[in-house]
Design a protein around this ligand. Sequence first.
Ligand SMILES: Cc1cc2nc3c(=O)[nH]c(=O)nc-3n(C[C@H](O)[C@H](O)[C@H](O)COP(=O)(O)OP(=O)(O)OC[C@H]3O[C@@H](n4cnc5c(N)ncnc54)[C@H](O)[C@@H]3O)c2cc1C
Length: 710
Amino acid sequence: MASLHVSPISLSARLKFLTDIFKTRDNGRTIFSALLVLVLGAYYISKKKQQGKFISNLSEVGSVSGRTRLEDEFDIIVVGGGTSGCALAVRLSEDSSIRVLLLEAGGSGRALPFSRMPAGSGRLFRSNHVFPLYTVPQVFAKDKKIFWPRAKLLGGCSSINAQMAQYGAPEDYDEWARHIGDDSWSWKHFQKYFRKFEKYIPDARYPEVDASVRGNSGPVRVGYFNTVSKTAKAFVESCIRTGIPFTPDFNGPKGTLGTNRIMTYVDQNYERVSSESAYLTPDVLARPNLKVAVNATATRILFENVDGEIRAVGVEYASSALGTRYCSRARREVILSAGAVHSPHILLLSGVGPAEQLKAHSIPVVKDLPGVGANLVDHCVFDIGFKDKHNDFPLIVKAKGPLDVLKIISSMIQYSVLGIGGPLAMNFGEYAAFVRSDDPTLFPPVEFPKQLEDSTSSENSPDLEIFTTPFAYKDHGATLFDVFTRALHVYLLRPNSRGTITLKSANAFDFPIINPNYLQSSDDVEKLMRGVKLCLRIAQQEPLRSYIDYSSGRSDLDQELHRKSDEELRELVRERVETVYHPTSTCRMAPMDQDGVVDSDLRVYGIKGLRVCDASFFPWIVSGHTAGACFAAAEKLADLIKTGLCCLNCNAFQHSTVTSFRVHSTDPLTHRWHDTFVGGRCCHLHLSVSVKAMVLLRRSLENNLLNFGT
Ligand SMILES: Cc1cc2nc3c(=O)[nH]c(=O)nc-3n(C[C@H](O)[C@H](O)[C@H](O)COP(=O)(O)OP(=O)(O)OC[C@H]3O[C@@H](n4cnc5c(N)ncnc54)[C@H](O)[C@@H]3O)c2cc1C
């Protein structure tokens, strides 16, 4: 039997990690650093008990020799323990007869204070818990290479994201359903899976939220537990004065358009709710039929030709580029949930993708599928920073004196000792506005005469989001300002530009080539430019206006941006465009002749036993934040697979009363025939047999090999 190990991050490494935090915070004021380390250390120890148990010795679930042992064989292998992968593996393993292996390239996110603490995740961007990806030079954006962090952690990007819980417009999903010709993806049907993952308990401060349309018993806590800055509330008032209506709930029945505070994935204990923290609870990790292997990077999918059909039968993985390659076998399915960059990458490495590209890297072609890695789309953003007059932001960017250091210590004590949240419970994306770039009240045709292509999913869906953060930043937070700031950000929700993920080499540990092709479409530039102008108008409206120091002479901030001409703003858009970290659609759910990679059950075309379930299957990017749809799709697929298995069994026995039966099966590894006698009871629709017998039955039913003894 495989034994379980706690992920081996040494105590000294953790202490070093903690001290590093404070070195950067107080410029070496060691006495304060020591205090803070103690506080965080206590916090860490109190949380350590909650950490799950993961398999880090890969030989416990995989073999090197190619000769698979029983413990290396699973029903389903999920590759990537991220936002979708954790949810999927956990829901599947609710059926105790399904043996699930979850393979994750990183370690635990919950083990990291900076992941659990809502304000902390930016600190992980340049750590080894994140894949340090960059785009190629963006030819339509002044040849900039853009930093593209993707999480390398359990929980995936839900362990490092901005925790903004908005799911896109309902009509986005209707568009998905129409495109793939399957109504189960329409909002009418798909919304139940958002409710399934959600836990929203009515909040007396927000009576306008219609709790009846929210889930109240799912694992993912959503709500308003994050701390918001004082100035942020002024944003909504200024938006309303600019002509953007108030909306009770961006995910509510009245639709997405409008302005309000944004709900977050932060729980009542002021901790981030990641896919790992929500789904991989200690109880779940104790399930005998679920194994979670960490530091296990999938290097390729294993295929076999079974009766003339290509079938995914397992996964090869390793803990490092030069590390031993292990293999685990999948009796039923391999499901890729490695995210919009890595799922197509793994398919390409495995020989599934555009044949020409595979041949160029001497990878044998298993299936010529041109859509793999195509259609990459991402939300891009333009950030606007102002000097804030009030100088009262509670988190100090760079402590300049004892008072600032005290503020930092106070924040730490509020969060870690008193448990009352405070500044460290900020997620920074606080309030937002969703608008349309063709709304004549916001963009009067006389001033904005150019007709732009409507890229939205319906007339009720937005194509621009504006949100506010309590400080401005550059380089993804690596560069902060030495004065108090407030920022507005506008991002393009429905870009026309499309890019690609392609192979750099056949080595699984070489990152792929990422080209989102930002601003390839001139309409994208125009829409972003309109969004920038709208932000500047909002910032000119009271009460926000009073917070902004328009007399500041700081040329590195944007007090003077409203003086620029449209042409100058377009140039600036190309110069300053950045990612808002939402890549999707690189293994699109679409008809195969439209660059489709998966069908409406997320099965890869032309290959048995292989699916993709993560942001890469989105047929179109949603006009909002992307994590919600990843959770919901994982919930949907888990239901589909479990129901499929149930039907498989039930149909066979529908009109039979069988008290014992004999199973002929093949061993999927050796293809040797077995003739196994399985005793048991079977009645209409329900079976009462051992788990092993169920597995054999399923295998036999699939292959039409079941003979009944009586
Ligand atoms: C900085 C940032 C801020 C964001 N803010 C928000 C927000 O506020 N709200 C929102 O809704 N969305 C936000 N997003 C986007 C959202 O988090 C993602 O779209 C979503 O989490 C993607 O989920 P996924 O399942 O597709 O992939 P991921 O969650 O990225 O999971 C992929 C997993 O696969 C693992 N993996 C990769 N390659 C391999 C391999 N070869 N073998 C094994 N494992 C592998 C990774 O380590 C990772 O755990 C943000 C994203 C980022 C990065």
